[in-house]
Design a protein around this ligand. Structure first.
Ligand code: CTP
Length: 415
């Protein structure tokens, strides 16, 4: 008899009960493999299939692999008598949605409950891991990216989608993450990682600056800019999700602090520099803040009054350049220093000059000309500029830009 050896070394999801919601896409076939991978790691898996999913795989296949009957109907008398949709939403340790189609994501983001899958997802308070899969154009559509942002803000963890050739002979992001990638993301969410490493940036310290700075004129007035902090905050969140120990130094924004990130709140450029220096040493510094270039030479102690005289002249002095200060440090320079360049014309050329002047390793350049909607918006069209290369990314949600940038950081640190 041939001795069987499992390819799985660690039973990392032992005793975990996973509710797997399978949406209607061609990637549903990979979810059958996902069931197997989850069970190999000791998890008990219960499946819910949408009507769409049943066009691609059968409840019988899901039941055979999970070892328990698969659920399909909200108003199924047998189902309701057996476990019921509210118990389905409760009696587990986590919910995995794979594939999460554009429609399922829209329903989740909108709080719809018109079938068993969406009702369970609305009724659950468990951690949710979602693996989107759809056509590249559907993924990049502003509606889907908007839904993605809503779902992330609701606390849903997202894995993938990956880039590659798609069923419709198109290329781009939209392929569902591979079953083992989904398993790894789930282990980070609820279980123990088999390797002891909790992500590609595990053990790394990352510093991110984000948001605008406010430079006071007097106790009630200040100079500011239109930065929302969305991109910087998304990078901090993505780095934390990749296992890094993250410090976010944030100017005044109306965003919540990202979960799992140490957030230091500052107002002015000088405060930001002090907080950044206090956070060193780090492996990576990402300088996404829109730091005010100037501050007033004097900050009036009392509110300036009109007094019927001429308007007060505002004398400005230059603020310290935080990025350049850190990038030019002799000791304690992060291994990787990444700057941003918000430009309104000649984006690449200006970014190159900025890279050299500020001494950073990589510049994420973007066009913020009026009409692009980047400042304060949910999307970004960026170019990764190094001394010798330029890589232009398509227009993506800021969360997706963050996720890819973090992937790139992990690669750069590894090489
Ligand atoms: N930056 C910084 N401190 C400053 C100004 C900018 O750390 N006082 C950082 C930003 O966080 C960003 C990069 O430098 O990573 C480029 O910012 P940007 O405002 O585009 O560049 P400036 O130096 O202000 O150049 P200019 O305004 O002339 O385009």
């Amino acid at each position: 008899m041939v001795a069987q050896r499992s390819s799985v070394d660690a039973v990392t999801l032992s005793q975990k009960r996973i509710l797997l919601v399978i949406g209607g896409g061609i990637a549903a076939y990979k979810s059958l493999d996902l069931i197997r991978r989850l069970r190999e790691r000791g998890a008990a898996v219960r499946c819910v299939l949408t009507a769409g999913a049943q066009q691609f795989i059968t409840p019988l296949a899901a039941a055979a692999l999970s070892g328990t009957r698969a659920h399909t109907d909200l108003f199924d008398r047998e189902d309701e008598a057996d476990i019921g949709h509210i118990r389905l939403a409760r009696d587990a340790d986590a919910v995995v949605v794979a594939p999460a189609t554009a429609n399922l994501m829209a329903k989740m983001a909108g709080g719809h409950a018109d079938d068993l899958a969406s009702t369970v997802l609305l009724a659950t308070t468990l951690p949710i891991l979602m693996a989107p899969a759809m056509n590249v154009r559907m993924w990049l559509h502003p509606a889907t990216q908007r839904n993605l942002s809503v779902l992330r803000a609701d606390g849903v963890t997202v894995v993938g989608p990956n880039e590659g050739a798609m069923a419709e002979a198109e290329f781009g992001p939209g392929r569902m993450a591979e079953p083992l990638e989904i398993v790894a993301a789930l282990e980070r969410l609820v279980g123990r990682s088999g390797t002891g490493a909790a992500g590609p940036l595990a053990g790394k310290r990352v510093l991110v600056t984000s948001g605008p700075t406010h430079e006071p004129i007097d106790p009630v007035r200040y100079i500011a800019n239109r930065s929302s902090g969305r991109q910087g905050h998304a990078i901090a969140a993505a780095a934390a999700a990749a296992g890094a120990e993250v410090t976010l130094v944030s100017g005044p924004v109306s965003l919540p602090d990202p979960p799992g990130v140490r957030t230091v709140h500052v107002e002015s450029a000088r405060d930001m520099l002090a907080a950044v220096e206090a956070a060193l040493p780090v492996d990576v510094g990402v300088f996404a803040a829109a730091v005010a270039d100037w501050r007033t030479a004097e900050n009036a102690a009392q509110k300036l009054k009109k007094d019927g005289k001429l308007p007060p002249p505002l004398k400005l002095v230059e603020n310290p350049d935080i990025l350049a200060t850190i990038a030019h440090r002799d000791t304690g320079r992060p291994r990787l220093v990444i700057g941003f360049a918000a430009e309104t014309e000649n984006v690449i050329e200006h970014a190159r000059r900025k890279l050299a002047r500020k001494g950073c390793d990589l510049i994420v350049a973007n066009d913020v000309a009026p009409g692009t909607g980047v400042m304060g918006g949910a999307h970004n069209t960026v170019h990764l500029v190094t001394r010798d290369t330029v890589e232009s990314w398509p227009t993506l949600g800021k969360d997706e830009v963050a996720r890819r940038l973090v992937e790139r950081i992990a690669t750069l640190l590894g090489s």
